[in-house]
Design a protein around this ligand. Structure first.
Ligand code: FE2
Ligand code: FE2
Ligand code: FE2
Length: 441
């Protein structure tokens, strides 16, 4: 191994034995997860971050309190989750106006269940409500916040990404002023006209460095969040990743339970076991960047399609690695397709360098996948699963100690996985039912 490779591996693996109480900075955490959701093809590059930047500028221009600005800022960072959640169901029933309502209602529901996002739930609910449909003053609760997000969305959607931004300012401001009094409150539209005169506003808005700009601007209150808050947010993100398809609707829930049990059996501390569950919730985060036509293809993938799929652990790593305090979690999460013989993807880490947590994740991921239906096959029975896992051991793909530990406890592990997966299934079905209710045939 040359010096450079050694340096890379040291960087990747440093810290495995230095676990301490998990705490992260709220802004850093939320910006990174928002970035992950922006990987999805449903939005055009950093759409949510751009909205967050506009609402922050507008909130300051309107002299709103720090708390109010943060409420809109967080709403902006995740305003698309209602579209991404059970994306295929929404697409099946595509009807424009209803669609808008659905993603607002679903967004509100998802925000309500997540402590970090809860204060912003109503902003999401009303972020497409035009000004002339409000019969309250702009100062009433949620009105100004929802209106600022509504305006920001209009501005961002007017940007043509193949044209230089400063050449578009006239057209965009004309669009907004023509909506003044109908879609947008006139005072807010005026405030925007003043803001739009500043070139730096537009240049920051389209800067590829927007993530670091938002951190540098201190555009949110920095506070430290602990395990429970982080965990609840990862449950939400997990549902966004998994609920894109009925076939994967309970996948990460199964991986989290299986990885948690294997960690306990292996002798991990209670705290490490909790961390591995966070890593498992987020292990397929990078799949947000993979088109669901490929993820749900009812057939074997072509080489080209498989190359696209191979990116997903890379994206998982590159997103989670930007969260300070997530060193261990990012590696445990992202190395789940690495193999003991070094032929895994995308980092091709030699077996001896793969940490125990990542090996556990690899076994839990395969076991969970084999136990689930896929578009091209049914879930596998115990005998077939055992055979495949044993083959993986013989081919030096998976760690034999972990696989045999799993096989010895297979019935118990599967039972506990099913319990957790049933909870996810119920949650998934509730969302589908809500969409059915909102869209008459
Ligand atoms: Fe929206
Ligand atoms: Fe994966
Ligand atoms: Fe997976």
């Amino acid at each position: 191994m040359n010096n450079y490779t050694w340096l890379v591996y040291n960087t990747l693996f440093a810290g495995e034995h230095m676990l301490k109480e998990l705490s992260v900075n709220s802004g850093n955490f939320l910006l990174s997860l928002s970035d992950a959701i922006d990987l999805s093809g449903s939005t055009y590059g950093s759409h949510q971050q751009k909205l967050a930047y506009i609402v922050w500028q507008m909130g300051n221009a309107a002299k709103l309190s720090k708390e109010a600005i943060e409420k809109i800022f967080i709403a902006a960072l995740f305003h698309n989750i209602g579209i991404l959640a059970i994306e295929d169901k929404i697409r099946e029933r595509r009807v424009d106006k209803e669609n808008l309502d659905i993603h607002c209602i679903l967004g509100e529901l998802l925000f309500e269940f997540t402590p970090l996002l809860k204060p912003s739930a109503k902003v999401i609910r009303y972020h497409h409500r035009p000004w002339n449909e409000w019969d309250s003053s702009i100062e009433s609760p949620y009105v100004i916040e929802s209106q600022i997000l509504c305006l920001a969305n209009m501005v961002e959607l007017s940007i043509k990404h193949d044209q230089f931004i400063l050449n578009q300012v006239d057209r965009i401001t004309k669009d907004i002023s023509s909506s003044s009094g109908s879609i947008i409150n006139p005072n807010l539209a005026d405030l925007f006209m003043t803001l739009s005169k500043r070139e730096d506003f537009w240049l920051d808005l389209v800067s590829p460095r927007l993530y670091s700009l938002l951190i540098n601007f201190k555009s949110f209150q920095n506070y430290i969040i602990g395990y429970d808050t982080i965990y609840s947010m990862t449950l939400l993100v997990r549902s966004i990743i998994d609920f894109r398809s009925i076939f994967t609707a309970t996948h990460s829930a199964g991986v989290a339970e299986c990885a948690g049990i294997l960690s306990e059996l292996f002798g991990f501390s209670e705290y490490e076991t909790k961390l591995i569950k966070i890593a498992a919730n987020l292990h397929d985060l990078g799949k947000l960047a993979i088109p669901d036509t490929i993820l749900n293809k009812p057939d074997v993938l072509t080489e080209h399609e498989f190359n696209i799929v191979k990116q997903h652990p890379y994206f998982t790593y590159s997103i989670l690695n930007t969260i300070q305090g997530f060193d261990q979690i990012s590696k445990w999460a992202a190395f789940h397709h690495e193999k003991q013989n070094g032929s895994g993807y995308p980092f091709q880490i030699p077996g001896g360098m793969i940490s125990t947590g990542s090996r556990i994740m690899a076994v839990a991921d395969i076991f969970s996948a084999l136990s689930e239906d896929r578009p091209y096959r049914k879930s596998m029975n115990k005998k077939a699963v055992n055979q495949i896992l044993t083959d993986h051991v013989n081919n030096h793909n998976l760690d034999s100690r972990i696989v045999f530990m799993l096989l010895e406890n297979q019935d118990e592990i599967l039972f506990r996985m099913r319990e957790k997966q049933n909870i996810s299934k119920t949650y998934y079905n509730e969302q589908v039912a809500m969409i059915d209710e909102q869209t008459p045939e």
